[in-house]
Design a binder for this molecule. Structure first.
Ligand SMILES: [Zn+2]
Length: 459
């Protein structure tokens, strides 16, 4: 998102009102560590991992599991071993495990099949039950979604996402965080989003406080089906109103707003700002949809349970290279082969994930129980629950953000200190959307939380 320059327009109207409004986002404190993280992501390691994953021939969910060189069994064991090696290099900082469930009787999984994801958790120091997740998908497919034996490289869809997730783990495991980070290589995506569903449901059962899911699905293609070739943009898909919204919550939202401020949207805005700040030559497009038109991805099972989650992916998709038998027809090469992946670009999107995960895991938890009032008053008051100082010893205080109702990104902000209520004098509630973020001593910020159920990131 390009930055808005509202102040110059307003100067002509009134200098004093400009001063009161334009507390711009420039008071954000640049984080040197996040620049280091972005630079540490390696296109060469991502390339090597994609080549290894492609080398398993097919990673179809129903493919064979016994071979050590071919099929999804070999692929998941290799991924688990990679995470274990990363963990060894950081003194055992990752908890690595298979997460398996037997699925049967489904259209795309008719016979009993173990769907097995690989999960690695980097446990946070003070708030270990607060999670941010990055995911990619292990499985691949070709034209016939049930073909589990033919070559199915799935280089971009979605070896790129798994390779990015492994690389983010390599880079971030060199640091310690306040909250936990989960790296997930999910299975069964093409057969019906099973791995994501299994992880989301288990997380809910175990009471994980999930604040962000960054689902990476196809992060390496820069040559669009429409002829556009561009490696400087990416898309963040984020749904609008929450899937778990009750009729009563919808009624409240109708009168107070929030249809463009679900936690998934404000997670997307957070990542969008991270791209502006830390990733050279990358501008993200926040797309106000759950996913591509009529299509799905592994963030959805998390959204279904009310967790904030987005899909991060390339801007320019090439359908000749997705879900296709490898072949040549009328001079067009079909198939998701390694030639369709740009490793520098995949590294750029991986870096975007890494700085976003790190920023959130270093920041205090997003504020909970945010409320707002100010109807028929000259001023707007926000209040929120105090964060637990044991879980958030790094807390410096809170920052209120606001923007015009038709602006896509937060425009104004004010750091208000370690308080739990604040009144913005002479700022009329009707004319803006508001939210609150938490800020650490060294400037790491949480996503902005829009008031009420519509915007809540949970406790
Ligand atoms: Zn796919």
């Amino acid at each position: 998102m390009k930055h808005f320059h509202v102040a110059s327009v307003m100067l002509a109207l009134s200098l004093t009102s400009t001063m009161s409004l334009a507390q711009s986002t420039t008071d954000y404190q640049d984080q040197a560590k996040l620049h280091d993280i972005a630079k540490a992501v390696s296109p060469e390691r991502i390339e090597a991992d994609i080549r290894t994953l492609v080398g398993f021939g097919t990673r179809h969910t129903l493919s064979e599991t016994e071979s050590d060189t071919q099929g999804i069994g070999a692929a998941r064991r290799w991924i688990k071993n990679e995470f274990e090696q990363i963990s060894q290099a950081c003194g055992g900082c990752l908890e690595v495990y298979f997460q398996a469930k037997t699925i049967s009787g489904e259209t795309r999984i008719p016979d009993a099949t173990e769907v097995v994801s690989v999960i690695a958790v980097q446990r946070g120091s003070h708030d270990p039950n607060r999670y941010v997740l990055m995911s990619g998908d292990i499985d691949s497919r070709i034209s016939d979604v049930m073909n589990s034996t033919s070559i199915s490289p799935g280089a971009n869809d979605n070896a790129s996402g798994v390779a990015g997730t492994l690389e983010a783990a390599r880079v971030l495991s060199k640091y310690k965080f306040n909250g936990s980070i989960v790296y997930a290589a999910l299975a069964g995506e093409e057969q019906g989003l099973f791995g994501g569903k299994i992880l989301a449901e288990q997380a809910q059962k175990d009471g994980w406080r999930i604040k962000a899911v960054l689902n990476n699905d196809m992060i390496g293609n820069i040559e669009g089906i429409n002829g556009v070739i561009n490696n400087t943009t990416a898309r963040i898909f984020a749904e609008g109103t929450r899937q778990t919204e009750t009729p009563e919550e919808a009624r409240v939202r109708r009168f107070t707003g929030g249809e463009v401020d679900s936690p998934s949207r404000n997670l997307a805005r957070y990542i969008d700002l991270m791209a502006d700040r830390y990733i050279p030559n990358l501008d993200t497009m926040v797309i106000y949809r759950l996913d591509r038109f009529g299509r799905g991805g592994h963030h959805r099972p998390f959204n279904d349970l009310g967790y904030p989650g987005v899909r991060i992916m390339e801007t320019n998709e090439n359908y000749n290279r997705q879900h296709q038998d490898i072949r040549s027809e009328n001079g067009i090469d079909y198939g998701d082969t390694i030639e369709g992946v740009n490793f520098e670009y995949a590294a750029k999107l991986t870096a975007l994930n890494a700085v976003s995960l790190a920023g959130m895991a270093w920041a205090p938890a997003p504020p909970a129980k945010v409320e707002i009032n100010g109807a028929v008053k000259p001023s707007t008051t926000l209040n929120w629950q105090a964060l637990d100082p044991k879980q958030n010893p790094q807390l410096k205080g809170y920052k209120i953000y606001w923007r015009y109702t038709d602006a896509p990104q937060w425009q104004f902000s004010r750091f208000v200190g370690n308080v739990n209520s604040y009144t913005l004098d002479n700022i009329v509630i009707d004319n803006y959307f508001f939210g609150v973020a938490s800020v650490s001593q060294d400037g790491a910020e949480s996503p902005v939380v829009f008031p009420g159920a519509a915007g809540a990131f949970g406790e």
